[in-house]
Design a protein around this ligand. Structure first.
Ligand code: GMT
Length: 377
């Protein structure tokens, strides 16, 4: 098939999933066209069947906010027409779903062949935070309804979307996935001793440091663990709360215990070194970072009542606890780290369960199947 993919190119989960999906589809022989304002974060090497089309923006003094949405829609229409896209697959509803709809209107009005089908994948905050905001609500609902096919990365998110937007439309659940050749236990390119001495535990967290990730809770849980078991905290990623995190680490006197690595395009090179992974998010529609940690054989401590419950098997490869209950999270972490036999069982179960349920082979086939269903409908 000929597939267009639009996503945010920055280091967020939706962009990562979109990029890796495009790479996997291209490897299976499909022709894939990325359309975005920058080369996606993990699209860092040449691959046959894969092309990138940058969206240009023209600055003009009248534009307080340059209308990216319009230039994106125009570029999507151009790529759909020139390459005869079968599918235009947009990741993160806002504004990509409405841009795809505008692109189709444009094709139609120009009398161009218009058999391209729009598929929108909902990732989380496009529904739970941004889409549900009154200023975006109607247009988000409209753009979901106008898509030929809609997927959500978890059942939790599909249910939430149907409820928030009172939708009757089918939302296909297609979970996120990982590349089994890259994310696996022991696949590090660095020495664990670069981060922690032999007799200390290594705790890790990866995110875009947005308020929804509750970075202060990460530090709080770590401080409690470290009070009982000497440990180090590895923080990967960057975002608006990075400054907050740095201040908190200094305030708590933990600067020699916490390592800020910033954004890393290949977390799989580092994560297998860790003993435990923390995801105390307020909301998490799926938790791709948690899945990648599990795939590397690292158990996860996360929050219950979120999409993490479809990724982490409570009491088998991690623990899920109420949002904000940092003392319970720390207790669970300490008891697991103290019990070497159980910790090893959790590590083994983490990698095995992740591979059995979320391998790229399994999930990319689900996307292919959905593309065919929508295309042939
Ligand atoms: O807000 C974020 O965490 C970024 C966001 C994104 O779209 O980049 O992440 C969401 O999509 C990921 C990929 O599907 C999911 O794994 C994350 O759980 C989800 N984030 C939230 O729901 C907070």
């Amino acid at each position: 098939m000929v597939i267009g993919i639009t996503c945010y190119p920055s280091a967020g989960g939706s962009g990562i999933v979109a990029t890796e999906l495009g790479q996997q589809l291209a490897a299976r022989g499909h022709q894939v066209h990325f359309v975005s304002y920058a080369l996606p974060f993990r699209l860092d090497k040449f691959q046959a069947n894969l092309m990138y089309h940058g969206v240009e923006m023209t600055a003009y003094p009248l534009f307080k906010y340059p209308p990216y949405t319009l230039t994106l829609a125009a570029k999507m229409a151009e790529v759909a027409r020139d390459f005869k896209l079968d599918i235009m697959h947009v990741h993160y509803a806002i504004p990509h779903a409405i841009c795809a709809w505008m692109a189709k209107q444009l094709l139609e009005s120009n009398g161009d062949s218009n058999s391209t089908k729009i598929i929108t994948t909902l990732h989380g905050t496009d529904i739970t935070l941004v889409g549900a905001d009154p200023s975006y609500y109607d247009i988000t609902r409209f753009s979901i309804n106008c898509s030929d096919g809609v997927t959500a990365v978890s059942k939790y998110l599909a249910d939430e979307t149907a409820q928030v937007f009172s939708l009757d439309k089918e939302i296909r659940v297609i979970h996120n996935f990982f590349d089994v050749n890259r994310f696996r236990p022991g696949a590090t390119e660095c020495q664990r001793s670069e981060f922690a001495p032999e007799n200390e535990f290594l705790i890790a967290h990866v995110s875009n440091f947005r308020p929804v990730k509750r970075i202060i809770d990460v530090i709080d849980v770590f401080e409690r663990i470290n009070q009982e078991l000497p440990s180090r905290l590895l923080l990967i990623g960057e975002g608006p709360d990075t400054i907050l995190a740095r201040r908190q680490v200094t305030r708590k006197g933990l600067t020699d215990r916490v390592i800020f690595l910033g954004n890393q395009s290949r977390v799989e090179a580092v994560i297998p070194c860790a003993d435990l992974f923390l995801v105390p998010s307020e909301e998490e529609s799926f938790g791709l970072a948690a899945l990648e940690a599990l795939a590397c054989g690292v158990p996860v401590i996360g929050t219950s009542g979120t999409g993490l419950s479809e990724v982490v098997d409570d009491y088998q490869n991690g623990f899920l606890l109420p949002v904000g209950d940092t003392s319970a999270m720390a207790r669970a972490a300490v008891s697991l780290l103290k019990d070497t036999e159980r910790l090893n069982l959790f590590k083994k179960a983490a990698a095995e369960r992740a591979r059995a349920r979320f391998s790229c082979d399994k999930i990319v086939s689900e996307y292919e199947q959905f593309y065919h269903e929508i295309h042939d409908a």
